[in-house]
Design a protein around this ligand. Structure first.
Ligand SMILES: [Zn+2]
Length: 290
């Protein structure tokens, strides 16, 4: 009784000080554009390509290239969401890296994800929510570490992993071995993870059958779209160029155009995971971006 009386008094005082209307306004703004608290951009390895032209044009034939690779840890109130899991931590013990089955890329992992998480002060079991842009090894390398999380995956990607020929799609089934009993939420399109619009999975198929991207609203930086691999490089984005290696080129083009409209509508920045040059300007964990 006295508690509610006190609250009533403090609320009335707030209104007398004309703060109540601005408080209400803030509340409304929060409802329409809630934000997560922060994002940690974690260095999750490097991928050295022998021939860049597979991602760009024949003009780059035979040109060696280094792609960056990131994981993104997002804090939302008391919850943690991990987006992508990088190259496998075990690659950190291989000084000359690990060549992919197609022989097109050599993966390196300078610092294991487990160590980066430790530096931030988060244990794998603290991460309640986990999603990957897609099932390729440079994004699912440490997926097994998050078998306790609720995992969001497009149904088409789930089917590709558990289909008859995952290797043909560049997928390594062993990367998902420990997720057999995990809580996997299968999606057929976009999904608002926290229900407040602050972190929304966007379906962007084409690079793989169930590729997805993540839209995040940051409190100071504003809206950001984490690309996954719907685009690999800024130059490809500007030219709306689709790599010939993609699962479905037509679908990839459609996803690019859809994301272009989405970016125009939301004013989001596009953070391209594999574009080392663009990523250089973004602070890396253990620092974070708000
Ligand atoms: Zn990738």
């Amino acid at each position: 009784m006295s508690m509610s009386f006190n609250r009533l008094v403090s609320l009335s005082l707030a209104c007398l000080l004309s703060a109540c209307t601005s408080e209400m306004r803030d509340g409304q703004r929060q409802q329409s554009a809630a934000a997560v608290d922060r994002i940690y951009v974690i260095d999750c390895g490097e991928n050295h390509a022998k021939d860049l032209s597979a991602w760009t044009t024949t003009a780059d034939k035979g040109k060696a290239f280094v792609f960056s690779n990131h994981c993104y840890l997002i804090r939302h109130r008391s919850d943690w969401l991990l987006w992508d899991s990088g190259n496998a931590d075990r690659i950190a013990t291989m000084p000359s890296g690990l060549v992919n089955p197609r022989g097109t890329l050599t993966a390196f992992m300078r610092k294991p994800l487990a160590e980066s998480l430790r530096e931030i002060g988060v244990a794998p079991e603290d991460i309640g929510y986990f999603a990957m842009s897609h099932a390729h090894g440079d994004h699912s390398g440490n997926a097994n570490m998050f078998y306790r999380s609720t995992i969001y995956m497009q149904a088409a990607e789930y089917d590709a992993i558990h289909g008859v020929e995952p290797q043909k799609l560049g997928i390594t089934p062993a990367n998902f071995e420990k997720l057999r009993g995990a809580r996997i939420v299968k999606l057929n399109g976009d999904h608002d993870i926290f229900g407040d619009g602050s972190a929304v999975i966007k379906a962007t198929p084409g690079h793989t059958p169930g590729h997805q991207s993540l839209f995040v609203r940051l409190p100071k930086t504003g809206p950001v779209l984490l690309s996954g691999d719907f685009v690999h490089l800024r130059s490809n984005w500007e030219a709306k160029r689709v790599p010939s290696i993609n699962f479905n080129v037509e679908q990839s083009s459609r996803s690019m155009l859809e994301m272009e409209s989405f970016i125009k509508a939301t004013g989001a920045q596009l953070w391209i995971n594999h574009d080392a040059e663009q990523s250089r300007a973004i602070p890396k964990a253990p620092a974070f971006v708000e």
